[in-house]
Design a protein around this ligand. Structure first.
Ligand code: SF4
Ligand code: SF4
Length: 201
């Protein structure tokens, strides 16, 4: 086991850097969230287990897990937790922290799509749906992209006829009126968030 795999101070690290991380220590391990989560039987670790692993100092196992990326934000766990822990926020906070540290599992589909979506949106202040869709289809190569595009051609045609898809968007697409102002807002928000989480470089 590597040094990074186990750290006694991991709970403190989570409290300092992860959204709502200070709430983890209030978990009483009742298991209600694990039993309530629709992903219960399918994912690697339930929130209950993740919180136990954090307290046990299993840093590497938690941060490299894809469990946090599976959370669909259904809020079932929050509604039922007897301690009212903001479980959903902690799960997303852990995913974000792992991503910032470069420890998130490579090729995790939710992470890959989230990164693609954010880069698409942040460029011009509006989502370019055509580029986002094509980026998603072709992320595994040209052959896979063509196959996926052909499989979805009826949907694409329907969107085009309903004027919900403009092929000319490929040349740039729409954007917010004040693009430099938008970029300044995003940069400032990032700066404030990083300071708050102790992640400023
Ligand atoms: S329901 Fe709440 S208290 Fe119970 S294990 Fe889950 S997070 Fe902990
Ligand atoms: S919000 Fe996430 S962790 Fe909570 S029950 Fe839903 S999928 Fe599971």
């Amino acid at each position: 086991m590597t040094e990074a795999a186990y750290r006694n101070d991991f709970l403190k690290e989570v409290e300092a850097h992860v959204e709502a991380g200070h709430e983890v220590k209030r978990c009483m391990q009742c298991g209600v969230c694990a039993g309530s989560c629709p992903f219960g039987p399918y994912w690697q670790h339930s929130p209950q287990k993740i919180f136990m692993m954090i307290r046990a100092g299993k840093r590497e196992a938690v941060l490299s897990s894809d469990a946090m990326w599976m959370c669909t934000s259904c809020y079932n766990c929050i509604a039922r937790c007897p301690r009212k822990l903001p479980i959903t926020h902690i799960m997303h906070g852990l995913a974000n922290y792992a991503h910032r540290l470069g420890l998130a599992p490579k090729g995790q589909p939710t992470r890959d799509f989230a990164v693609m979506f954010w880069q698409n949106l942040a460029r011009r202040g509006r989502v370019n749906e055509l580029k986002l869709t094509l980026g998603h289809y072709f992320k595994d190569g040209i052959g896979a992209g063509i196959k996926q595009g052909l499989a979805m051609k009826a949907v694409g045609l329907g969107l085009y006829k309903a004027k919900r898809l403009n092929p000319l968007e490929i040349f740039g697409g729409h954007k917010v009126a004040d693009l430099s102002g938008f970029h300044a807002i995003v940069a400032k928000a990032r700066e404030i968030e990083d300071r708050k989480r102790g992640l400023a470089s």
